[in-house]
Design a protein around this ligand. Structure first.
Ligand code: PPS
Length: 350
């Protein structure tokens, strides 16, 4: 091999080495710049989850927040949805309820809550909070912490049916907010008593027969035992007069439990008007489920598919001696009349 030939080989080798070095450099630069671009994306998009537990991911502590149920500090979160809300001047907060479904037990209170919360301007506490009866000692902050997050303009609603019969509840609610709107779902006290009893037997199957508990000495002709819870609770006028000592009549709305089953849209129209809401919940939201025998929903906040209320709503009632039922109707008649006079509504219980 002559000298000029070996020079050519060395020269070609140098050129090739330079090109390969340049390509490697270019490749590494692209790689580094892409990785650094993707890092802020991880940081700006924390994973949305229903739990508050921190999640370790990509060796980084990622705060897990729920858009709907998080606490107030979640608002400082940099999730794009919150940023969007903030940019629009919207702030999500927990607030005390503007309206309460105060009763009556077994009147159809769950149905009312589930129906009204379809409304986009309504947010509801999912379970009964029992603040104004059992949990009052826990304080208002505790109560508020059990409320859902709401945006400006949205109403907060809570339902605990035992409020209606709790002696202290009227003044306690008034102390919280004298403008609180009060919703009362009422139902024929006779069927309500049977419904109450049916629920009690589901928890205590060895409970005496309804017929044996209704009367003081257990016989049909004798005195109705008004100390027995299912009977006492049907004396609506008595409980209502307590509430009227603390709230003007205009702040109460009475919903017929029977109409809520037969024609939910009509009752929901009244409820929306009373709460100052646009009439959004209409007949289009309901269908009648013949098997269940009750109106059900096409969709709601938590379900995108048609669904009915749970198994504990719309139970089969036991057979009750018709003479006992008639005796109870006669017993309630004067008290119902008094209630009709107080509310200005004839609920048609016969
Ligand atoms: N749409 C629909 N689906 C199912 N059930 C309905 C509905 N609308 C009203 N109801 C009636 O609601 C009764 C239960 O009342 P409450 O929800 O107030 O009960 S509770 O006090 O919260 O336990 C329940 O009483 P029972 O029939 O005795 O189970 C129902 O009659």
């Amino acid at each position: 091999m002559d000298v000029s030939m070996s020079r050519k080989i060395i020269f070609t080798f140098i050129i090739l080495a330079a090109i390969s070095f340049y390509i490697t450099l270019l490749f590494n630069w692209c790689l580094i710049s892409n990785v650094s671009k993707s890092l802020p994306i991880w940081q700006n998009n924390p994973i949305i989850h229903n739990d508050d537990t921190p999640l370790m991911q990509y060796s980084t502590s990622v705060r897990v927040v729920s858009l709907l149920e998080g606490n107030d500090t979640d608002l400082n979160d940099i999730s794009p949805k919150y940023r969007l809300l903030r940019e629009q001047g919207l702030k999500a907060e927990r607030q005390y309820p503007n309206a309460l479904i105060i009763g009556v037990k077994k009147g159809g209170t769950r149905a009312l809550l589930e129906f009204i919360r379809i409304h986009p301007d309504v947010r509801a506490a999912g379970s009964e909070v029992h603040f104004f009866d059992k949990n009052y000692h826990r304080g208002l902050q505790w109560y508020r912490s059990h409320m859902p997050l709401t945006l400006e303009g949205q109403l907060t609603i809570e339902k605990t049916p035992s409020y209606f019969i709790t002696k202290e509840a009227p003044w306690r609610v008034q102390m919280m907010n004298p403008s609180t709107k009060l919703l009362v779902v009422v139902r024929d006290p006779v069927t309500r008593a049977v419904s109450d009893y049916t629920q009690a037997t589901s928890k205590k199957p060895d409970l005496k027969r309804f017929e044996d508990l209704v009367f003081i000495n257990g016989t049909v002709g004798s005195i109705v035992d008004t100390s027995w819870g299912p009977i006492k609770l049907g004396l609506y006028y008595k409980y209502l007069s307590r509430w009227l000592k603390f709230f003007p009549f205009s702040q109460l709305l009475f919903i017929s439990g029977e109409r809520l089953i037969l024609d939910p849209a009509v009752e929901l129209k009244r409820v929306q008007d009373f709460l100052g809401l646009k009439r959004v919940v209409t007949e289009k939201h309901f269908y009648f489920n013949a098997t269940k025998g009750f109106p059900c929903l096409f969709k709601s906040e938590g379900h995108s598919a048609p669904h009915c209320l749970g198994k504990t709503k719309g139970r089969n009632h036991p057979f009750i001696d018709p003479r006992v039922l008639q005796r109870l109707r006669d017993f309630y008649r004067p008290f119902n009349l008094r209630f009709y006079q107080m509310t200005g509504i004839n609920f048609g219980w016969v």
